[in-house]
Design a protein around this ligand. Structure first.
Ligand SMILES: [Zn+2]
Length: 138
């Protein structure tokens, strides 16, 4: 799995999507897809409305543990990437799983969103934050 690369213009343009977990709810087929898009990826309808996924918990569907972290992530090894499904909207997100011991990872575990600092760009001074998911502490 690749894709943990950031470009500043792209990040800036899409920060609303990253910070707010803005998804699209299709008014025709009812599915919620993340990230937000004007057109439903499943049925093609353009009748979509914005929904916010930050208020929902999520269930871990599948995950992968990356031990050879990308440049800039060396101190964060291992990196856990998972696909989660939010509990109410049933939207699926590819996301970072944080605050978890690899030995405790289990599909079906309940997670909650958390805003996490992931990287800092030395030249621009920009600090990147992304929404990650962490286990719900009982
Ligand atoms: Zn649809």
């Amino acid at each position: 799995m690749t894709g943990l690369r950031f470009s500043i213009p792209r990040y800036w343009r899409e920060r609303q999507t990253y910070y707010r977990l803005k998804a699209a709810k299709c008014l025709d087929c009812g599915r919620v897809v993340y990230p937000y898009n004007d057109r439903c990826r499943l049925c093609g309808s353009t009748r979509v409305e914005e929904v916010e996924l930050l208020n929902e918990r999520a269930v871990l569907l599948t995950y992968t543990v990356i031990y050879s972290a990308a440049e800039g992530f060396e101190d964060k090894r291992p990196v856990v990437i998972g696909i989660v499904e939010t509990t109410e909207s049933k939207a699926r997100l590819l996301t970072r799983i944080t605050d978890v011991d690899v030995s405790e990872l289990k599909t079906g575990m309940l997670l909650e969103p958390v805003l996490r600092r992931v990287n800092e760009d030395g030249e621009s001074g920009l600090i990147y934050y992304l929404v990650s998911y962490r286990p719900v502490v009982k």
